[in-house]
Design a protein around this ligand. Structure first.
Ligand code: GLN
Length: 201
């Protein structure tokens, strides 16, 4: 891990817990040294240093966000520069047609019925070192069909974009929480800690 100063506090990372596999994200973040809070209502967003939007079912998650009034608090969190990580359905939630936090349009279930689920070895710019790909598990995954110029492409599969970063927001089409490989979460926590250390200094 990069230089964490001795006096920096443990980051508080929220995991959107309306639906989906939030528990696996919480376990991985806790193992990497974060304090974790499950987020279900707007009050849970207050004071977060980072937020993960997990995979699951984007239609159900959209309804939950609307029901709980979480859209504005989540947009304000991202707008304040707090790092966000969206995975699979979480990538869809971040796009132009949902929360509007990322300047991308996601295509749901993009890999089609024939290959609903598959695995691929991916090199992710800024996250994996060259020659040490990450085993990525895709489950009815979206891809990024269109994106603005502020969006950096981190990885593609067959020329389809499956991982992006835009400023403080990382989004991936796959499920980094279900393998033992914690490099996506570690890169996200590096952003969280860098921001905390910057704010403290
Ligand atoms: N296909 C799901 C959706 O559109 C996403 C799948 C996932 O998160 N594993 O919401």
């Amino acid at each position: 891990m990069s230089g964490v100063s001795a006096d920096s506090r443990e980051p508080l990372v929220g995991v959107l817990a309306l639906q989906g596999d939030f528990a696996a994200h919480a376990r991985m973040l806790a193992a990497l040294g974060a304090a974790v809070r499950e987020v279900r209502v707007p009050a849970d967003v207050t004071g977060l240093d980072g937020l993960v939007i997990p995979g699951g079912e984007s239609t159900t998650m959209t309804l939950g966000i609307a029901r709980e009034g979480l859209g504005d608090p989540l947009r304000e969190l991202a707008g304040a520069g707090v790092p966000l990580l969206g995975t699979c359905a979480g990538l869809i939630m971040l796009d132009r047609d949902h929360l509007g936090i990322l300047d991308v349009t996601a295509h749901r279930n993009a890999f089609g019925r024939q290959i609903r689920s598959f695995e691929a070895d991916l090199e992710l710019t800024g996250i994996t070192h060259p020659g040490t790909p990450l085993r990525a598990v895709f489950i009815r995954a979206p891809w990024v069909a269109d994106h603005g110029s502020a969006v950096q492409i981190l990885a593609s599969v067959d020329d389809h974009i499956v991982a992006v970063r835009q400023a403080n927001v990382i989004a991936v089409s796959f499920h980094p929480e279900i393998t033992g490989d914690d490099r996506v979460h570690a890169a996200f926590l590096d952003l969280v800690r860098a921001r905390l250390n910057g704010a403290a200094g």
